[in-house]
Ligand binder design. Sequence first.
Ligand SMILES: NC(=O)N[C@@H](CC(=O)O)C(=O)O
Ligand SMILES: [Zn+2]
Ligand SMILES: [Zn+2]
Length: 430
Amino acid sequence: MTALVLRGVRPYGEGDPVDVRIEDGLVAAIEPGLDAGDAEVVEAHGQVLLPGFVDLHTHLREPGREDTETIATGSAAAALGGYTAVFAMANTDPVADNAVVVEHVWRRGREVGLVDVHPVGAVTVGLRGEKLAELGTMAAAGVRVFSDDGHCVHDPLLMRRALEYSTALDAVVAQHAEEPRLTVGAQAHEGERAARLGLAGWPAVAEESIVARDCLLARQTGARLHVCHVSTAGTAEILRWAKGQGIEVSAEVTPHHLLLDDDRLAGYDPVNKVNPPLRTAADTKVLRDALAEGVVDCVATDHAPHAAQDKDCEWSAARPGMLGLQTALPVVVATMVEPGLLDWRGVARVLSERPAEIAGLPGHGRPIAVGEPATLTLVDPAARWTVRGAELASIAANTPYEGMELPGRVVTTLLRGRITAHEGMVRERE
Ligand SMILES: NC(=O)N[C@@H](CC(=O)O)C(=O)O
Ligand SMILES: [Zn+2]
Ligand SMILES: [Zn+2]
């Protein structure tokens, strides 16, 4: 592998610009005015150098819906978005509830080689919520995160067992918190706007009641619980309480729940339909503060590609979910960095370090230092760009940010010393 020199970068956006030399996949030197010799030089003056991003929540749709995303196209979107590792949710067809499907995802991810693709294993067989899947055999195949995402493990006995097993497997259970009895037919956040538009409501308490219950189950079992896509102020309040009690719970918020609110419902455009639904502006404010404070640990995209025919239809028939991998960093800049809630160290924490810790990934979210893996992301903090769904690497184009100008652009992504994306183009392995 040829050596690389990143010229004029600012690690964590701090201090004077330095050069970073990368050799054999590792950071070999960090100092100003390095002699590049025969190394490939990346001119990156003024760019912010961060550890590569880790997404705990991605839907790659392979196997089953390769018309909307594949492991290859999703990996490209991830690399272009600054990600070096993603966790592929289990709600594929067939479901990743066994070692065979899980191993397929591992293998395809490695073949593509743009990002480390870690399969998430289902908690229950077929995501049906009736019987535990074989967590042990999936753990033996390397799975460390289990989730029925798309569905809630709502049976408290099953959830308790899953948490108990997960402790022995050194795994974490990631819950899609939605009490199904409270969301029958739900279409949008239960509140004034949904009522006015005649859309059946998805109440905040459907999420909060499950989060509260699961925190108590985590305490009782001593297990590690992770809460997916936190969307309400009430959930933040419960997390604050649970963490104060020493309960081992972590949580993620999506970029869209930080930026968008149910004002978006007015146009009836199903691109804004997502689960959990966009909440109120007051919720987004509380979620931003909770992320800044660490009550919510990290940002996860919940990247959810859907085919045009599943989105360009009437609201009630449309599938929930939106693209997220290539717009996550800009949305975090707009909602957290520009308002002064997070500095670039904080961005490294919520997009890389904490998610890597939660999933137990040793080679990601590492400090930027000599001898560490060169798994890194370069961001141009001054760039602004206009989002166009058709230009994103995903097969699907369901971005809620169409036509919006967002701040901050990922310029280069490196995975163990190899450039995987640079100036909007992915670089395949040679
Ligand atoms: N978020 C969504 O609205 N949809 C996800 C499922 C999920 O994350 O619950 C999907 O798989 O499309
Ligand atoms: Zn979910
Ligand atoms: Zn999801």
